[in-house]
Design a binder for this molecule. Structure first.
Ligand code: GDP
Length: 528
């Protein structure tokens, strides 16, 4: 019995690829996601993901704030099968709904796809998300999108990846022309040419060639583009990094693919290469050492809590990443922090808008658990012995506001609301260290404030007022002898809820000055 269970888990782990797409708004994430889902047959109609993005209120159970703004507070999970793989895409919200959840979601991914607009290159939100992936050391695959438009030269983009992100790159394919002249890509690994055909650039034909000097390319692309391709690939062969699987796996080298998501060009070859190169679920660190995904005992941790997906029931969904073993609906597991056994009876899996009930799931999968208010971000659940996964990082907020209660009599509810919403990770809370005891809230994205205000009113009956502050950076300060007087110019010193000192700065200059004045202090971007 035990032997079959372990080989079953092993087989399921081998199949799984769990990743997130990181990009700046408008780079084409929705379009690419949709094409990937189409290949996997997970959705029947092109446009479904886009339709979801455009008119979220199609389903009645999104929270009101989502309806009002027509955007999603949720980062959901999409699952499909392709070529024997079980693929989980973690959606990372962009636009105004960018929040700390976006970062936390990345902790549940085993690899990332970095999507870049060929004309715009590396943009602000991409940099932030990249840095989180980098810290975790997960492999990062790059898809350079919108090749059907004029953009930067591929060499300039590679140089930009190195200069801005500090990562070396290895092009897996190379464009033959660009924009209106684009006629295809040369696959450097397989020595084949993928061609666009027709004005709509839709049909793709694949031709095997001897190498990039093959006269067939000249016939297909013309002398000018064939010469250019030869020169560029010769240069790349001599001066570029060779493909190195170990470096890719360690997140030190990013394989680069060129394509056009909207034209479905290069997407399928990208998906196939990606699934081959991307890692299966790996072991995860816990307080008692690494936990192997193939361990027979189920374990997982909660990386996100979504409130009010159904306002009628006011339920909350806790998103759990499975780390080991087999999940079965109705199973009893230990809620490690609470020291209690709980039954997982209403698990849900997410595919676009539908919420399906899951019967079984394996490491790498994400399930949504009905949460009657018992879970916190970072909680571990395990079968048998208690397994406690390492705490999730607290990310540096960038927007700050002072909070006051309109009705002083509601102070008790206010405190309850603050405590609960901080635990859920909706906001971060800081206390001032001066003579007045004031509460400052910190968030990564503006929407977190709106969600906070809405929930304080709807769930705790408290009207609050937020007063935006001009701070833009937060750094946790580690020092035995901290001197608050050195954090006064365009900055202030506060404490987080664990009592750690955090300095808030209005600008980078103020932060650098404080670093110079406090050479013995450590300035950390994440909570220690
Ligand atoms: P997201 O904000 O990253 O999810 O971006 P979307 O997928 O919504 O795409 C933003 C815009 O870029 C839309 O108008 C898309 O149609 C367009 N787009 C996406 N991929 C391509 C592409 O390969 N070529 C061109 N020309 N436009 C694209």
């Amino acid at each position: 019995m035990s032997k079959t269970l372990s080989s079953e888990i092993n087989q399921e782990v081998e199949k799984r690829r769990t990743f997130a797409i990181i990009s700046h708004p408008d780079a084409g994430k929705t379009t690419l996601t949709e094409k990937l889902l189409l290949f996997g047959g997970a959705i029947r109609l092109a446009g479904s993901v886009k339709a979801r993005k455009a008119s979220r209120h199609a389903t009645s159970d999104w929270m009101e704030i989502e309806k009002q703004r027509g955007i999603s507070v949720t980062s959901s999970v999409m699952q499909f099968d392709y070529n024997g793989h079980r693929v989980n895409i973690l959606d990372t919200p962009g636009h105004q709904d960018f929040s700390e959840d976006t970062y936390r979601t990345l902790t549940a991914a085993d690899s990332a796809v970095m999507l870049i607009d060929v004309a715009k290159g590396v943009e602000a939100q991409t940099i932030k998300l990249f840095q989180v992936c980098r810290k975790r050391g997960i492999p990062i695959f790059t898809f350079i999108n919108k090749l059907d438009r004029e953009g930067q030269s591929p060499f300039d983009l590679m140089e930009e990846l190195e200069r801005v992100l500090g990562i070396r790159s290895v092009p897996m394919n190379w464009p033959i022309g660009m924009g209106r002249e684009l006629c295809g890509v040369y696959d450097r690994m397989k020595d084949q040419v993928e061609l666009f055909q027709g004005d709509d650039h839709e049909t793709i034909s694949v031709r095997k060639v001897a190498d990039y000097h093959d006269p067939v390319i000249r016939e297909m692309a013309g002398d000018y583009l064939a010469d250019q391709l030869e020169q560029e690939l010769e240069l790349l062969d001599v001066a570029g990094d060779p493909f190195d699987f170990e470096k890719v796996r360690a997140g030190e080298l990013t394989p680069v693919f060129f394509g056009s998501a909207v034209n479905n060009f290069g997407v399928q070859t990208f998906l196939e290469n990606f699934l081959q190169l991307a890692p299966k679920p790996a072991s995860r660190m816990s307080t008692s050492g690494p936990v192997e995904p193939t361990d027979e005992k189920f374990s997982g941790y909660i990386f996100k809590i979504q409130a009010n997906m159904n306002p009628a029931h006011r339920d909350r969904i806790a998103f759990l990443r499975i780390c080991s073993g087999r999940f079965e609906r109705g199973m009893s597991v230990k809620h490690v922090r609470a020291g209690k056994d709980i039954k997982l009876s209403q698990p849900q899996q997410f595919l676009a808008q539908d919420r399906d009930i899951v019967e079984t799931a394996y490491p790498g999968d994400i399930i949504g658990l009905f949460d009657p208010g018992i879970f916190r971000i970072g909680d571990s659940l395990s079968q048998g012995a208690s397994v406690e996964f390492d705490e999730l990082p607290t990310f540096s907020p960038e927007i700050f506001a002072k909070v006051t209660v309109k009705n002083a009599l509601k102070h008790k509810q206010y405190q309850k609301g603050i405590d609960q919403l901080t635990e859920e990770g909706t906001i971060q809370v800081f206390q001032t260290t001066g003579s007045f005891d004031e509460t400052i809230l910190g968030v990564v994205g503006q929407l977190q404030f709106e969600v906070f205000e809405y929930r304080m009113r709807a769930e705790y009956g408290v009207e609050i007022q937020l007063h935006r502050m001009s701070f833009q950076f937060a750094r946790w300060i580690v020092d035995d002898k901290i001197d608050p007087s050195k954090f006064r110019i365009n900055s202030t010193l506060v404490k987080d809820k664990k009592g750690n000192y955090v300095a808030l700065f209005e600008n980078e200059y103020a932060m650098r000055t404080a670093m110079d004045k406090n050479p013995t202090s450590k300035f950390l971007e994440m909570a220690p």
